[in-house]
Design a protein around this ligand. Sequence first.
Ligand code: ADP
Ligand code: MG
Length: 325
Amino acid sequence: MASEFSLIEQYFQRDSRRADVALGIGDDAALLRPPEGQLLAAAVDTLLIGVHFTDGTRPSDLGWKALAVNLSDLAAMGAEPAWATLSLSMPAYSERWLKEFAEGFFELADSVGIELVGGDTVKGPLTVTVQVHGFVPEGQALSRSDARPGDVIYVSGSLGDAAWGLKQALEQEIPRNVNEYFLRERLDRPSPRLALGKKLRGIASACIDISDGLAADLGHIMQRSNLGAEIETAALPLSEQLRAVCDDEEGRGLGLNGGDDYELCFTIPQPQQAVFEAIADSLGVAVTRIGEMTNEVGVLRVDGEVYEAEGYDHFRDPEYRDIGL
Ligand code: ADP
Ligand code: MG
């Protein structure tokens, strides 16, 4: 009979790949060597079944995504990934599930050089919590709070894809063509923009990753920087795959409010424009100018009109609020 310990050994313990891991999985705590002169960036995110992923999500996609959403936070700080821990709650022991989960997790982990150094495994509702640690040279981390009026707002990649994929997943529909596969993949296997995040060090005045939707997440930059913003929907980067499956209006709505894309939204001061445009081509990911930061504190204008964001809030729905706590 499988025990918690053999499970960890079999699926999660591997030979160390990083010189800065003095001791990885297997003891009471990992022992790690942070580099001198760098700050440690730490982030944690939980994926809960029925809230962050649907019943039908493949275990390998879940393993990938649980790590990806955390790496996206490191990307938004301009940090280089180093170490991760994984806390897993599962209703039952399934070899197939664990094998596939670990495959997805390590596929992404190995591609970015992050090492799993510890975790916890318990029986309970399916919930995956990953914590990541990364490094960023002191003074070079990207924040949400240093945007200035007139700074140009950019986003990476395309927006709204994952939201369309989610809509389809919730309706338990199976992708029927290449466009639908692409959109579902954007939901299940987001690409954290780590290379872009690092390139933005010293250039971007503010940066955030888009997990809750552009309008909501740009709202966080506005709030932390004490500014407003104006954006044009015509400028929103919508993928050709998204355009193929919905009309302009729906596409713009998804682009503005759709969550789960894990693209970066960042601001570039005018004097840095030339430097930024020069490196933008070499990034390997499209970046699109969508608007500007303004002096109108707290006001987001979309196509000139004042706009209220509809981003996801776990505690807005009374179902979550009225639990007697
Ligand atoms: P403790 O009881 O001291 O917390 P555990 O028995 O939970 O230790 O874990 C034993 C070792 O296995 C520890 O090094 C822990 O970090 C690691 N570990 C447990 N679960 C996981 C997991 N899901 N992924 C990676 N490492 C894990
Ligand atoms: Mg434990």
